[in-house]
Design a binder for this molecule. Sequence first.
Ligand code: DX5
Ligand code: ZN
Length: 222
Amino acid sequence: MTPILSPSLLSADFGRLAEELAALEAAGLSWVHWDIMDGQFVPNITFGPPVVAKLRARSRLFFDVHLMIEHPDRYITAFADAGADLLCVHAEACVHLERTIQAIHDAGMQAGLALNPATPLTVLDYILENLDLVLIMSVNPGFGGQHFLPLTLPKIAHTAARIRDTGKPIHLQVDGGVTVDNAAALVRLGATVLVSGSAFFGHPPYDQRLAAFRAAMGDTAN
Ligand code: DX5
Ligand code: ZN
């Protein structure tokens, strides 16, 4: 798989989201990462389905939606209607995980499963083959601009091995503290989608920042 960069809107200018999305598209990005926070699962609050829906009408980017919320199953239809392409739920927030993943697929979206840094990979048992993406959190979720947690490096490698064993094209996404400096190592360990917030939006212009990430990721197009 060609590695993909998915910039996290958490570090974008919330007062100019439409312009930010247009700028990403113009710079050559294909994915954008939406961090949905409810003030319960994580301390922070961001945006919900109505904001995603309004911006869906103005963007052709692949909407990679990361739900950091309690009871994510209550909002699957709302995010499908809003135009999410991929919906990622946290293992720690799901009681009936197989049902939730099935419901995301039934709603016409790709399904992802996110794991906090200290959540063991055993949560992938019995569900991995049903997923389109596994998200390994490399910071504790809730805020942008945190430092990458090195304890997640072996976890990323182990997840890549488990995905390879399935023989299926399941993405391995890494989110939190990703920079141009650690991107190469993450791709070498098997990451196929890197999320970057502060290290991307904090360094305009976006086309040059994308080029720097692509060079680090050993990528020519994404
Ligand atoms: C953390 C979010 C991340 C975050 C990444 O709760 O899930 O997507 O915005 O931001 P940086 O790249 O600044 O760590
Ligand atoms: Zn995220």
